[in-house]
Ligand binder design. Structure first.
Ligand SMILES: Cc1ncc(C[n+]2csc(CCOP(=O)(O)OP(=O)(O)O)c2C)c(N)n1
Length: 854
């Protein structure tokens, strides 16, 4: 692995120009608090755990080195990460002591998830592996052998921490999210402390950089605390880290500015005394802040404690091999002794190193000696691997009935506004177990009714602080996602509303989270958890003021790629369906729910009862919008999936009625995307017979889809006669333009659909075929006229009698005509419409022509 050349191990940072007095901000702790017998126990625990962790990377036999190592005792493929392990073990040993002495609830979140050997070694020592794997990882010779020889080979533990690792709530493979997840876990858990180790490499990541600010969203009256430990071992895979090259003054200045009190632990001669002192200080500071807040005198901008731990990478490992520094350098990141499975010289080095831990004494009879056990919390349910909150925490929400919020059919209502009202009720009914995490978009997404009875929980803001609040608005999608994960994994329920275009920022976090839960499900000891819930709005279809950058429905595809057991995508067509859907999602467990809807007022098609039924089925034929006749097969099937494109489907039927009244059109709306997946690919998939019943045996099926066509094509691949089906969806077209133009530019407008329907019908019917050219030409003429008007951008013409309506509704003449085909081109029959409702957007509200319309 090519890396930089260093001339000494654990090199210090170059001195900065900051004044020395900045160091006065750093906290100095009492290093003498540690009792002698505890110091010995800590040391024993650390040595035993380091021995096991190191052996896990190398040994496949002779795991206690009861005889000299032979090449065949070493694994043929050496896999694992040693460098981070000693630091993690150091922290783990001290947390034991802390929990033992304070009887507290503690979760340990490990950012460098590649340090799985450290966690697994500690979990075996504390008996937590045996608790969850009573046959395989017993605290005896067999269990130890299974652990060491099975690591990083098929059937054993993987090389990274995951949900099979007891006590973990974080998939540490993809770096960057540990801190945000930790903060999510402590919210509304007033007695919980999460200790979170952040690697100095991980700390370079964007998601971590923003997550430091999460203290500003923790109200100590209602929530617990995170104790961050920045582990500055100085190196990442093959280079020094940013933080490793910052001197104490730079580090203290940075984190003091962020709102922390910084304690630097770096005395390698007395690391246990110093770390113990630091942890005791941190707990005392946390209690001080919490006691003040809980007794009604909250500290303004409390300075939360954090620890910066400077220890060498791969500490206690081999010092130097073949002239290269191993300990205190990136060379210890993965395999500290290369070729130990091939070359006797290195095998000997491996043996010398592992024997330096004195495992024969510490693991006498293959069990940890009493000195090690003495620092463990006496109550085993408090041990880091066994806190119930980490594996079986679910508390169901007390969900209000959505139906009283249902609205009358035929109105125009914003799904988001109505959903906001529902969320208001949910938050009132669940004042300690429901939260909304939003990247400063609540208002813009028209969900702000949730704030009617709660607030934004921003502690640095004098207008919000010290009042709790169910809503956190931080302009970091990574934080929102991390908070939601931590909050959900510890048993509660959260919602993450977002602009559609920007949710993709957390795509990969969401995927990692799903991996964590997939594996959790494969254990027999993880309980259910709530689903994570996304609401996407401000969709591409309505970006008339934001334009092209705000158009990106790709998060649907990200969810579709998940395992079918987890993936749920809903596109409720109206407010009632949205209410029913969100109610269902907040009640559901173990899924990733993606709900997509409009924040603009749009038509309500279905009554409360019909909406409930429609959502239960996931898709249904909308007779009221169809032109087929009872008992006869339709000529063509039009399917709307998504709000605006469904509106265009309905309008297309009107266009077709005018052009070719004899054409029988069936309209289907799909609200649960997963019903379309081929049978057996998804639990929601329509049964084949039901699919044929709904989509017919052989008629053309034209999908008008909100997302990218390819993903829907993938979904329906394998359905009955897919060659008769065609899909149109968003095509990366259109910028700052009108909603109707967006439909046209992406070829999902009523006109596009009508032309598609005619062509499809012509393929089966000669009469239609003979008229096809003429009919399509008519459509094209109409489209050309509309396009001309759209380009003119609604300029009011002299003597235009529709001018005031258009002005009042900010639409242009073409749109007014498109949405009201019976209004004449020159608007000379507008008087006929006095006191009648006309449509002033493709999916916007109606406009009643006032008496005195010009
Ligand atoms: C997002 C992400 N980018 C890159 C990697 C590859 N990677 C694995 S470990 C590592 C270095 C981590 O350094 P640090 O966080 O300091 O951990 P430690 O030194 O304690 O091993 C990198 C870059 C990753 N796992 N995740």
């Amino acid at each position: 692995m090519p890396g930089e050349v260093i001339d000494q191990p654990n090199p210090p940072a170059l001195p900065s120009h900051l004044p020395d007095r900045t160091l006065e901000l750093a906290v100095k702790v009492d290093k003498t608090l540690l009792r002698k017998e505890d110091a010995q126990s800590l040391n024993d625990f650390q040595h035993a755990a380091c021995y096991i962790a190191g052996s896990m990377i190398f040994l496949r036999d002779n795991v206690l080195i009861e005889q000299d190592l032979q090449l065949e005792h070493v694994k043929p493929r050496l896999l694992g990460h040693w460098g981070t392990c000693p630091g993690l073990i150091l922290v783990w040993s001290h947390l034991n002591l802390l929990i033992r002495d304070h009887g507290m609830d503690m979760i340990f979140v490990i950012g460098p998830g590649h340090g799985a050997p450290a966690a697994l070694a500690a979990l075996w020592l504390e008996g937590s592996l045996e608790r969850f794997y009573p046959k395989k990882y017993t605290v005896n010779k067999d269990g130890l052998k299974n652990l060491i020889t099975g690591f990083s080979v098929p059937g054993g533990f993987p090389s990274h921490i995951n949900s099979e690792t007891p006590g973990s709530i974080h998939e540490g493979g993809e770096l960057g999210y540990a801190l945000a997840v930790s903060f999510g876990a402590v919210m509304d858990n007033p007695d919980l402390i999460v200790t979170c180790v952040v690697g100095d490499g991980e700390a370079e990541s964007g998601p971590t950089a923003t997550a430091w600010h999460a203290i500003k969203y923790i109200d100590p009256a209602e929530s617990g605390a995170v104790l961050p430990i920045l582990h500055v071992n100085g190196f990442k895979i093959s280079e020094r880290t940013i933080f490793g090259c910052m001197d104490d003054k730079e580090i203290v200045s940075l984190f003091s500015g962020y709102g922390y009190q910084v304690c630097i632990v770096e005395d390698l001669e007395n690391i246990d005394g110093e770390l113990h002192g630091a942890m005791e200080w941190a707990v005392a500071e946390i209690k001080k802040i919490q006691t003040a807040a809980r007794s009604g005198k909250p500290i303004v901008k409390p300075r939360w404690p954090m620890i910066v731990m400077r220890t060498p990478k791969g500490w206690t490992g081999p010092k130097k091999i073949d002239g290269k520094f191993i300990e205190g350098s990136f060379n210890s990141h993965q395999i500290p002794v290369p070729s130990a499975n091939k070359d006797e010289k290195y095998l000997k080095l491996l043996q010398e190193w592992l024997q330096s831990y004195d495992a024969g004494r510490l693991l006498k009879g293959s069990k940890p000696i009493d000195s090690i056990l003495s620092i463990l919390p006496k109550d085993s349910s408090k041990r880091l691997g066994q806190l119930k909150m980490t594996y079986d925490p679910h508390k169901a929400l007390d969900l209000p009935d959505w139906r009283p919020l249902a609205v009358e059919r035929a109105q125009h209502i914003s799904s988001m506004k109505q959903t906001g009202r529902f969320l208001d009720q949910v938050s009132q009914a669940n004042p300690k177990s429901f939260r909304v995490f939003s990247p400063d978009e609540l208002e813009s997404n028209k969900l702000s009714a949730i704030l009617d009875h709660t607030g934004r929980n921003f502690q640095w803001d004098q207008y919000s602080r010290a009042q709790g609040g169910r809503v956190i608005e931080i302009l970091s999608e990574h934080c929102c996602q991390g908070f939601m994960q931590g909050y959900t994994l510890t048993g509660r329920t959260a919602l993450f509303p977002s602009y559609e275009a920007f949710l993709g920022i957390v795509h990969t976090m969401m995927v990692q989270y799903s991996k964590f839960n997939k594996m959790a499900h494969e254990t027999d000891w993880h309980g259910d958890i709530s689903s994570i819930n996304y609401v996407e709005t401000s969709t591409w279809a309505r970006q008339e003021h934001n334009g092209f950058s705000h158009q990106n429905p790709s998060f649907i595809g990200a969810v579709l790629n998940l395992k079918a057991e987890a993936a749920r995508v809903y596109l409720p067509p109206d407010a009632n369906c949205f209410l029913s859907t969100i109610h269902h999602c907040l009640k559901s467990k173990n899924y990733v729910n993606l709900m997509i809807g409009s924040k603009q007022p749009t038509a309500v098609y279905l009554s409360e009862k019909d909406a409930a039924e429609h959502c239960k089925r996931g898709a249904s034929v909308w007779k009221f919008a169809s032109s087929e006749e009872e008992g006869q097969e339709p000529d063509v099937v039009l399917v709307g999936i998504g709000v605006e494109v469904t509106f265009e489907v309905i309008a297309a039927v009107q266009v077709l009625k005018k052009l070719l009244p004899s054409l029988r059109v069936r309209v289907i709306n799909v609200t649960d995307l997963m019903v379309l997946a081929a049978e057996s690919r998804h639990p929601h998939a329509l049964q084949r017979a039901n699919f044929i019943d709904m989509f017919t045996d052989d008629r053309p099926v034209l999908f008008n889809y909100h997302g990218y066509a390819a993903e829907l094509q993938g979904l329906i691949f394998g359905r009955h006669r897919p060659e008769r089906m065609s899909v149109e969806g968003y095509k990366e077209e259109g910028s700052t333009t009108t909603p109707f133009d967006m439909m046209m530019l992406n070829q999902v407008s009523r006109y596009d659909l009508a032309a598609r329907a005619l062509r499809a019908a012509a393929g089966r019917d000669d009469k239609v075929k003979s008229k096809l050219d003429e009919l399509v030409r008519k459509i094209e003429e109409e489209v050309a006229e509309i396009r001309e008007y759209i380009t003119a951008n609604g300029k009011v013409q002299d003597g235009d009698p529709c001018g005031s309506i258009r002005l009042a509704n900010d639409i242009n003449k073409a749109e007014l005509r498109a949405w009201n085909p019976d209004i004449h081109g020159r608007c000379d029959n507008i008087e006929d419409k006095v006191n009648q409702t006309i449509c002033v957007s493709n999916s916007l509200g109606d406009y009643t022509v006032p008496d005195n319309s010009p």
